[in-house]
Design a protein around this ligand. Structure first.
Ligand SMILES: [Zn+2]
Length: 398
C-alpha cells in the first residue's frame, strides 16, 4: 500500500481540495494539505471521483487482441450461444490468463479499481479459466482488485462432473459460488440450487447467480433461491445478477418480491440492458436494496459490444432508468463506484476519510457531464499508487 498527495482537485465537482492517501487509505481531504514525506500529484482542478467498480464481468472470455470475431450465432438461443462459446474457446486456443490481463488492464486504464469476474467452469476446459484469472488477479493486485466467481456457464446438472470441478475451484480460492438459470439451462431448479447452496455452505462462501429467466419463470426461480438463502441464514451473502424478472409489469408481484429480497439483504447486479426487462433503480432504492453494475462480457463470442468503461456504464444505468437530474446521474455513478463495492460486500469506494485510496481524475465541468460524455480519465490511483495516466495503464497488456 502506498501514500500520495493529490493536489487541487474538485471533490465530486464540489470545492477544490487536496486528497491525502496514507498506506492505501484516504487519510484527509482538505485545501492546502502539507505532507512533505509523501509524493505529490498535481490535480490541475480536475474532477475527482472514487475508483470505478465493475461488479459483473467475465475476464476469461473476451477476444481482445484477436482479429474481429464474425458472429454468426446471434442471440435467439441461450443454449446455442453457450455451445458456440465453449467450442470457439477450444478451437481458438484462448489463453484465459492472457485474455483476462488484456480485459482487466483495459478497464483499469479507464478507472476501474475493483472487479467481480465470473469465470467459466466446465468439463471441457476444467479449471483452466479459473487458474488463468487467478494468475491475473495475483499479477495485477496493485492495479485492480479482482474477485472470482466459479461459474457453471455450460450447466451444472446437465454436464456430469461440473459440480466436482466447482468444488475444486472453491477449494483453490474462488471467492464465490456461481449459478445460472436453474430452469432455463439445467431444467432442474431443485438440483441446481441445492448443489449451488450446498457448495456455498460447505466452503463458507457467498453466491452470485446469473438469472436471465423472465417473468413468472424467473420469479419462480427467485423464490427458490430465497427459500434456500433463508433456510441457511445467508443474510447479505446472496447476489442475483441480471434479475430480468424484476422488470416484469406486474407491480404488486414485483413489490412483494422486492420486500423479500430486502429482508434477506440480497444484492442485485445489473448491466442496465437495453434489450430486456430489468430491475429499476428507483424501485430498488425505495426498498434499500443494494445495487451494483457491470459491463458483463465485452467483445466476445456473445456479442461485439462493450469497451470496459464503467463511466460509460453509469450513463447506461442513467438512460435505462430515466435518471435526468444531476443528483440522479450521480446516483447512477454511485452504483458504478461506492454502491457497487457495497453490493460486493467490499469497503465503500468514496472520497472520504477511511475509504480505500482509489481515486480517478476526470475532465469536465460536472460529474453529470463526465458521466454523459464518459469524459477522459487523466489519472487513476489504486491504494495510493498511480496505475494509469491519460487512458493508459503503467503496466503493459500482453
Ligand atoms: Zn454475466
Amino acid at each position: 500500500m502506498s501514500s500520495l498527495l493529490i493536489q487541487n482537485v474538485r471533490i465530486m465537482d464540489g470545492e477544490a481540495a487536496d486528497i491525502l492517501i496514507r498506506d492505501g487509505v484516504v487519510s484527509r481531504i482538505a485545501p492546502g494539505i502539507e505532507a512533505p514525506d509523501v509524493p505529490v500529484e498535481p490535480g490541475g482542478g480536475l474532477i475527482a471521483i472514487p475508483g470505478l467498480v465493475d461488479a459483473h464481468t467475465h475476464l476469461d472470455k473476451s477476444l481482445l487482441g484477436w482479429p474481429w470475431y464474425k458472429n454468426d450465432v446471434g442471440g435467439a438461443s441461450l443454449t446455442a450461444m453457450i455451445e458456440n462459446e465453449r467450442n470457439m474457446k477450444k478451437s481458438l486456443g484462448l489463453d484465459p490468463h492472457v485474455q483476462s490481463m488484456r480485459h482487466a488492464l483495459k478497464t483499469a486504464a479507464l478507472g476501474t479499481t475493483l472487479i467481480r469476474s465470473h469465470v467459466d467452469i466446465d468439463t471441457d476446459a476444467g479449471l483452466r479459466a479459473m487458474e488463468g484469472v487467478m494468475e491475473t488477479a495475483a499479477r495485477l493486485a496493485d492495479v485492480v482488485e479482482i474477485e472470482t466467481v466459479a461459474f457453471p456457464q455450460s450447466g451444472l446438472m446437465i454436464r456430469e462432473g461440473t459440480a466436482e470441478l466447482m468444488d475444486r475451484a472453491l477449494a483453490m480460492g474462488a471467492d464465490l459460488v456461481g449459478g445460472l438459470d436453474p430452469c432455463g439451462v439445467d431444467r432442474d431448479p431443485k438440483g441446481h440450487l441445492d448443489t449451488v447452496f450446498g457448495l456455498a455452505d460447505k466452503h463458507g462462501k457467498g453466491i452470485d447467480i446469473h438469472l436471465h429467466e423472465r417473468g413468472e419463470l424467473g420469479m419462480f426461480s427467485m423464490d427458490m433461491i430465497l427459500d434456500r438463502a433463508a433456510a441457511l441464514g445467508m443474510h447479505g451473502l446472496v447476489t442475483i445478477s441480471h434479475a430480468f424478472c424484476l422488470g416484469m409489469p406486474d407491480f404488486q408481484r414485483v413489490e412483494a418480491m422486492l420486500e423479500r429480497l430486502a429482508a434477506l439483504d440480497v444484492r442485485i447486479m445489473t448491466t442496465a440492458p437495453t434489450s430486456s426487462p430489468a430491475p429499476l433503480v428507483k424501485q430498488l432504492d425505495a426498498h434499500g436494496i443494494r445495487i451494483g453494475a457491470g459491463n458483463d462480457g465485452i467483445q466476445d463470442t456473445w456479442g461485439p459490444y462493450g469497451n470496459g468503461d464503467m463511466l460509460e456504464r453509469a450513463k447506461f444505468v442513467g438512460l435505462r432508468n430515466n435518471l435526468r437530474m444531476d443528483a440522479e446521474v450521480k446516483r447512477a455513478l454511485d452504483i458504478c463506484t461506492g454502491g457497487g463495492a457495497e453490493a460486493m460486500a467490499r469497503p465503500r469506494r468514496a472520497l472520504e476519510t477511511g475509504a480505500p485510496g482509489d481515486v480517478v481524475l476526470v475532465a469536465g465541468e460536472t460529474v453529470a457531464e463526465a458521466v454523459v460524455t464518459h469524459a477522459p480519465r487523466k489519472l487513476v490511483v489504486k491504494g495510493g499508487r498511480v496505475t494509469a495516466r491519460d487512458g493508459a495503464t503503467l503496466v503493459a497488456a500482453p
